[in-house]
Design a protein around this ligand. Structure first.
Ligand code: ATP
Length: 432
């Protein structure tokens, strides 16, 4: 079946609110089958199944998105358990949250029981209870994300759009659902800017006013949630646009006062994309984001965002190495010297410095380490060295280090060279 492409697509031409045909064109056949089976099963259980959130927005825009979020008016966990028996699927359920994840090869169906939410206090996580589809849509962030498409056999394809999301899509607007939205949950400030920049939309007038007014509320959000939203920004194609905009709004500075989000970031993020695969980019962007901070500010940022150990090590290493880059800024430096200066740093920190350093000499030394030196290994192992008469313990360690250094510097090449050098080290030891 022919798929919709963005250029073929005109939002204004959707016409009637039944999207049955569009679903058939949009979803891959395998997913469509699965969705229909799930819907029939929901019907048998007396429930109703809906496609919700980002996938509905993107289906209307004609953008590909196969992260299928399904809401069930009924019991999502029970439904998922029944569906899991069909085909080769992997099921993970969270009965406490009424959610289930079904994976079929490359496709994932996220199923959730429709729920209502209320906020006891600004910035806190909401109190959740089972509810209707309308309850579920009313807890969402923006009108363009608060639409659903019915998959129930009786009204398959019907668009449910209580907040005029489709009209906002046509007018290219990001609009909150109620005036307390940002004060209930200030992560929506970061989300609004992410969508604004991704879709090249504008903020609706009242949304823009309240967003600016509620920026200080970002201080009420837990570090984990802020970090999650930053990670989502870093998965965008051009995260520097959102970072710049958040900098202009002075929202970025709530995360660390010295963040700027200026042209420097844009240039470095762009270089990062040229040098790395997409899945390596988010942690690298983090290292570049903190590059202009002092070590103390970096420390505070890591603590504030409760950064996990692996990433926090990379962030520490980034600034530690930055302070030592002058040691690498000389054209005649031995490869072994480069190696021993860098080998204890996290490779992400080295990559970040290779991108951020203004010196081409430093850049090429860092790249040499990343692409070559860190993989250099001696060919002789401990057993073979023992056979050459080198005893295990400190002597072995020292010999291996000398061999490794000679190999890095190109003084020895093959196993024969290594044996000769090892024997001469032993002979010198014996003379001593
Ligand atoms: P995309 O980034 O393409 O929108 P997505 O739809 O999967 O992907 P998520 O961040 O996973 O985006 O959120 C899923 C849905 O959950 C959103 O469409 C939105 O309706 C809702 N949502 C997520 N976070 C919030 C929030 N803080 N407040 C209200 N609704 C939210």
């Amino acid at each position: 079946m022919e798929k919709i492409t963005t250029s073929q697509f005109k939002l204004a031409k959707i016409g009637p609110m039944n999207l049955a045909q569009r679903i058939e064109q949009y979803l891959p056949e395998q997913v469509l089958e699965l969705v229909k089976t799930t819907s029939k099963q929901a019907d048998k259980l007396g429930g109703k199944l809906y496609l919700v959130g980002g996938v509905v927005r993107d289906l209307l825009l004609g953008y590909p998105n196969f992260d299928l979020d399904l809401v069930v008016e009924g019991d999502a966990v029970k439904l998922a358990q029944q569906i899991a028996g069909i085909g080769q699927s992997k099921l993970v359920v969270h009965p406490r949250f009424g959610t289930a994840k079904l994976s079929y090869g490359n496709f994932i169906l996220d199923m959730a029981t429709a729920r209502s939410e209320s906020y006891a206090k600004s910035g806190a996580l909401p109190t959740v209870a089972p509810g209707t589809l309308n309850n579920d849509l009313s807890r969402r962030d923006f009108s363009i994300n608060a639409m659903a498409i019915s998959l129930a056999p009786g009204n398959y394809g019907e668009l449910i759009d209580p907040y005029q999301g489709r009209s906002d899509l046509e007018q290219r607007l990001i609009r909150i659902l109620h005036p307390k939205s940002f004060s209930d949950d200030a992560t929506r400030i970061l989300r609004a800017i992410r969508y604004e920049q991704r879709l090249q939309f504008g903020l609706e007038t009242q949304t823009a006013r309240l967003l600016k007014q509620d920026i200080p509320r970002l201080d009420t959000i837990s570090g984990d949630r802020i970090r999650h939203e930053l990670e989502l920004i870093f998965r965008e194609k051009h995260p520097e646009h959102a970072i710049k905009r958040l900098g202009e709004l002075r929202a970025l500075q709530r995360l660390s006062p010295s963040f700027k989000g200026n042209g420097w970031i844009a240039e470095k993020f762009d270089r990062a994309r040229c040098l790395n695969k997409p899945n390596q980019l988010p942690p690298l962007y983090f290292c570049l984001l903190i590059y202009q901070l002092s070590e103390r500010e970096n420390e505070q940022f890591i603590r504030h965002l409760n950064v996990p150990k692996k990433l926090s090590q990379a962030l520490h290493d980034t600034l530690h190495l930055k302070a030592r880059l002058s040691l690498l800024d000389k054209p005649c430096i031995k490869a072994s010297e480069i190696y021993y200066l860098l080998h204890e740093y996290d490779p992400l920190a080295i990559q970040a410095n290779a991108i951020a350093s203004e010196s081409s000499t430093v850049q090429s030394h860092l790249q040499l380490f990343l692409t070559k030196l860190r993989y250099v290994k001696t060919l002789l192992n401990g057993e073979e060295l023992k056979r050459l008469g080198i005893s295990s313990g400190p002597e072995m360690g020292k010999t291996l280090q000398i061999l490794h250094k000679a190999k890095l510097d190109g003084e020895i090449k093959d196993k024969g060279d290594e044996e000769k050098l090892a024997l001469s080290i032993r002979a010198i030891k014996e003379e001593d």
